[in-house]
Design a protein around this ligand. Sequence first.
Ligand code: AMP
Length: 429
Amino acid sequence: MTSDSFQPIQGMSDLAVPEIHLWQRLEDTARDLLSRYAFREVRTPILERTDVFERSLGDTTDVVRKEMYSFEDRGGRNLTLRPEGTAGVIRYVAGQGQDAQEARLYYIGPMFRSERPQAGRRRQFHQLGVEAIGAPCPAADAEAIALQAHLLGAWGLDEFRMEVNTRGLPEDRARVADGLRDALKTKRAELCEDCHRRYEENPLRILDCKKTECRDVVAGLPPVTSFMSVEARDYLRDVLQILKRLEIPVTENPRLVRGLDYYVHTVWEVTHVGLGAQDALSGGGRYALTLGNKTVEGVGFAMGLERVIAALTGQGMDPKSLAERPDVWLVSQGASAFDENLVLMQTLRMRGVSCGMDLQGRSMKAQMRAANRADSRYVIIRGEHEMEEGTFQLKNMEDGVQEELDMPDLIQRLTPATDIAWPDSEEKK
Ligand code: AMP
């Protein structure tokens, strides 16, 4: 086997120590906050029928056009590794009948896109997404944006920027497309090759093009809202007003387009200054998604967790500082002390104390080295003398103080380090 055999496939990563500490911290904080906003988790399969994505995402989007990992399984079914989370959640909600029509759901998990891997673009990446189904009104959109800002703040992110715009109503689409074609008519020659195609198929996507030549042309265009109905403009105004009352700072960006075709009304994007070219942390919006004979309306967002982590580490957050230290490391001299310590370790763990010991019966010196490596708060040492006396040497690794204690005192001393109610509460059960 070459060393390459031990690498995950290109664009995908193993998530392990030390970064995993940060992943877990993000997930714990998010679950806590999402439940405060009355959202419940849903875990949909990673694999879906391809048409779940084709029909919901719109087949002119880049995700569907070139980025899906699709294949035919042995039964001849066309399947796709999910490139995003909304379509699966909507499939789930649409199958739930009336009750789920006002669901508040979130998901955390891997997504797959066969993009060209580069900084900030992975083929497997992770998203945390939120979908508030039903309640099609400006207050629901503002609430989702407020939740997103709250979450980013709770994670410790600063210097993120939230930009908001509208896609208008479905009826506005044709007017916007015609308005843009008209405004772009004389500039077509200056657009990139992809945008030539977009001019015919979906000119709104030209606003999203990252090429300099197209950006220059786009800068001279009137805002898309100028082609839209009064209803669409009023809706956006209401969302922005509520956000102002909730003191959530957002910027209106009349050129913001989200890549997927299912959006109506509010769309938004969050960027972070520290991320370089791929600076989007998250995108969201209101959507109406039709699957089979059902249309599900909702508002939601999806955040790229790799990018949140990159932004946090860029801000100086060290994942190693989040590693949990064991409370206790047990050290034994002699076979009977080792044997008793095994039992004590199990008892302590059952009582909520995190602890460890060398299991191979190595020398005292090696055991103390292991204790230092584990960075435990306390070390319990038991040798011949302690076995005879029924005592324990408890060393506080922070101040170096060592005391000889009997079992009741030992237990009492360890309690404050663990925040648990020591044996009493167990007995009362
Ligand atoms: P999207 O579903 O394309 O709106 O993406 C939502 C968020 O997911 C983006 O703002 C990024 O933070 C993240 N994201 C999307 N594609 C990738 C990718 N290939 N690699 C890493 N993160 C991604």
